[in-house]
Structure formats: C-alpha cells, structure tokens
Design a protein around this ligand. Structure first.
Ligand code: URA
Length: 257
C-alpha cells in the first residue's frame, strides 16, 4: 500500500512518464571499490557529446524542409529533444493547411499526446466552441503548438526546449503561409514575438510578425489561452472582444479578395 501511495504522489507531482526501460533504485548504496580512492567514478552512461548550438542546428534542419510532410518527418526523428522520447505521439497539426488562418498554442496535454492531435482535450473543446461562435471550424484554419510533444506531467517547457522547437514552428508558418496568425497564450506569444510584456498586455492588438522565408510580415493576434479562460471565467470578456476582432479582420480579408 505504501508503494501505491508513493506512486499516486508521483503522478500528482507530474512524474507520469518512464525515462528508462529498466527501473533504477536511487536509494541503493553506490557500489564500492570500483574506483581508486580520490578518483571520480566513471559515469555508467556516457553523456552525449555537447551539441554545438542546438537551436542553430534546429534552424538549419527546419530550413531544409520544403513541405509540411518533410517538416513532420524532421520532427519525428529530431535528436536532442528529450520531450520526443517521453511523449507518446508527435502532435504536429490539425485542420486545413490551405485555409489562410493559423492558430498556435503552447504544448499538447495528455489527451493530445494520446490522440496525436492538438487541442482535443478540455481546452481544445472549449476553443472549438469559442471559434464556432464566430463561424470557424477546423476546415477553416490550421492549428498547431509551439512545442509538438507533451512535456511530462504538463510542466512548462524549458527555455532550451522552446528555443529548439521555435525554428520548426516558424518553418511551419512559412510553409503554410497563413494570411493571419493567432497566438494562444503567453508562452507562444513571448516565444514567437519576443515580447515579454505578458499576454494580458499584448492581447487584443494585431502586430506584424516577420517570419524567415516569408516576404511579407504576417498579421498576428495574441489571444488568451483557452485553458486560462477555463480557469479564469472573468477574462472571457476580453477573449470575446478578441474573437470579434478576428472575425472582422477575416470578413475584411474576404471582402477585399
Ligand atoms: N492542448 C494543446 O494542444 N495545446 C495547448 O496549448 C493546450 C492544450
């Protein structure tokens, strides 16, 4: 029963992914006598050779992808991001890549990880309802995340995970060439625009985003994340104002076409 309680506690704290195939008993005393006194013990697994600028390598790799299928393939075999190893699935995208409208969230949760599709859990269902209220369904936009793998226990991605995944996300935008981009939440907004002001300040205004590989800047609207709206119902007013802003911009695009 004690072991079961300990397991429950670990799950509560977010340790819900196994990192190694075999369990390691970290409470066992270290083996003695293997190394002469005074010498450091040799690591049992050699650390990988330090990578030279992993983010720069990620940018080079992403730039080589000429299609969305190639980009997906590059992510499926990407070295150097431990999230790929702990996740069940790569969560690449859903919706219509030709729609001209693209949404970017933060990172998949448990349901997305199981399904291999973004925004299919509680916040995704809420987002679908929000977007349906302005006449949008997944045939009318493409949706993806800044981070394509679920961080274990839904923890926030680290800065190095963000900088490794960002070039792939920017390439995703460059290949889909949306006429408009919507960023869902503070993490995606900060990483993609570089604006650290906080989502409550940056939301509700279109900004022009320069994307490598695109000749013209993409009009981009930061919005509150649906998970935040579920936790903070008082913020739904602001989200509704942003949705109306988005609908008006799409209508203006349609009437100008
Ligand atoms: N599900 C996703 O796919 N992305 C988020 O940002 C949150 C939930």
């Amino acid at each position: 029963m004690e072991a079961l309680d300990a397991l429950r506690l670990q799950i509560e704290w977010g340790a819900d992914e196994a990192l190694l195939a075999a369990p390691v008993d970290r409470t066992a005393a270290p083996a003695r006598g293997l190394h002469p006194p005074g010498q450091a013990s040799a690591p049992s697994v050699m650390p990988p050779a330090p990578m030279l600028g992993p983010a720069a390598r990620a940018a080079d790799l992403a730039a080589l992808c000429g299609t969305l299928a190639e980009l997906r393939g590059a992510l499926e075999t990407l070295e150097g991001c431990a999230l790929r190893l702990t996740a069940t699935s790569l969560v690449f995208a859903d919706g219509n890549p030709h729609a001209g409208l693209m949404f970017v969230g933060e990172a998949p949760g448990a349901e997305e990880d199981r399904a291999g599709l973004p925004f299919v859990g509680p916040s995704g269902r809420f987002l679908d309802r929000m977007l349906a209220s302005i006449g949008l369904d997944r045939s009318k936009f493409l949706i993806t995340n800044l981070i394509p793998w679920r961080p274990p226990g839904n923890r926030n991605p680290t800065d190095s995970e963000v900088s490794l995944c960002l070039p792939f996300l920017l390439r995703h935008v460059a290949l889909a060439r949306p006429r408009r981009l919507v960023l869902l939440g503070g993490l995606a907004t900060r990483a993609i625009t570089g604006n650290a002001a906080g989502i409550r300040r940056t939301r509700g205004r279109w900004l022009d985003l320069a994307v490598p590989g695109l000749e013209v800047a993409v009009p981009t609207l930061p919005m509150l994340h649906p998970a935040y709206l579920l936790r903070t119902p008082g913020a739904k007013r602001e989200a509704w104002a942003d949705l109306i802003m988005l609908r008006r911009a799409l209508d203006a695009d349609l009437s100008g076409m």
